[in-house]
Design a protein around this ligand. Structure first.
Ligand SMILES: Nc1ncnc2c1ncn2[C@@H]1O[C@H](COP(=O)(O)OP(=O)(O)OP(=O)(O)O)[C@@H](O)[C@H]1O
Ligand SMILES: [Mg+2]
Length: 215
């Protein structure tokens, strides 16, 4: 099942596929209920940096906006599939990834439908939560995190969970966020600066995540 028949996906057609459920991992979920915090930017940055590291990541875009899948099709030889439940009845047929992909990166929408969150938590081996660092953003994270940490499917599988601070201008910017994360024992995995207009984020993100995933 291909998202769109671009030349790269056609090339990928010859690869053996497995369902997302059967993929041995790691499956990285980029998640935050709040809109516009950088989920798709971080998803695409990860794809780019994984690829530069010689890895072969695949993308599953759960956001009907399709920002990540659009980027993946324009920016390289990535396997990319979206999640359109109308297309085929069986999820295992719809959401397939190359069996030999090194990683699956999953982008997700804002304002999560509870049924979608259930499914995402069944797939995720590790979850990265991008957030901005203003008091308003930290408060929003504070409202979302209990839903996640107490979610039966999160508790059943206990995927790794870490936070990425996005659009940070100064180290002191993250003080409030760090105070909030400390009692929860959640790591701040990276601080990403404001991207310069017209450029992609070149701050190393994958190297930090790679160490965290192994730890
Ligand atoms: N570090 C950054 N520097 C500058 N602009 C950024 C940065 N991160 C994200 N943005 C911009 O902020 C906007 C929202 O980012 P993005 O689409 O990644 O967020 P999102 O969480 O995926 O949003 P949505 O909830 O709508 O899916 C985009 O215009 C993006 O280019
Ligand atoms: Mg997005």
């Amino acid at each position: 099942m291909l998202a769109h028949a671009t030349p790269s996906t056609v090339r990928h057609k010859l690869q053996p596929l497995v369902s997302l459920t059967a993929f041995p991992g790691p499956r990285l979920l980029v998640l935050n209920n709040k809109g516009g915090v950088g989920k798709s930017t971080i998803t695409t940055t990860l794809l780019r940096q994984l690829s530069a590291d010689g890895q072969t990541p695949a993308l599953v875009d759960f956001d009907p906006q399709g920002s990540s899948i659009d980027w993946a099709e324009e920016n390289g030889d990535f396997w990319a599939v979206d999640d359109d439940p109308r297309r085929e009845r069986l999820e295992s047929m719809r959401l397939r990834v190359p069996a030999n992909a090194s990683h699956v990166v999953m982008d997700s929408p804002a304002n999560l439908d509870p049924r979608l969150l259930n499914r995402l938590l069944d797939y995720a081996d590790a979850i990265v939560l991008p957030t901005q660092v203003s008091p308003m953003d930290v408060r929003a994270l504070g409202r979302f995190l209990p839903n996640l940490l107490l979610h039966p499917r999160y508790r059943a599988r206990m995927p790794q969970l870490g936070v990425i601070a996005n659009r940070v201008s100064d180290d002191s910017d993250t003080e409030l966020l760090e105070r909030f994360l400390k009692p929860l024992n959640l790591p701040l995995l990276a601080r990403l600066p404001e991207r310069k207009p017209g450029q992609s984020l070149d701050t190393p993100l994958w190297p930090s995540l790679k160490i965290w995933l192994k730890g």
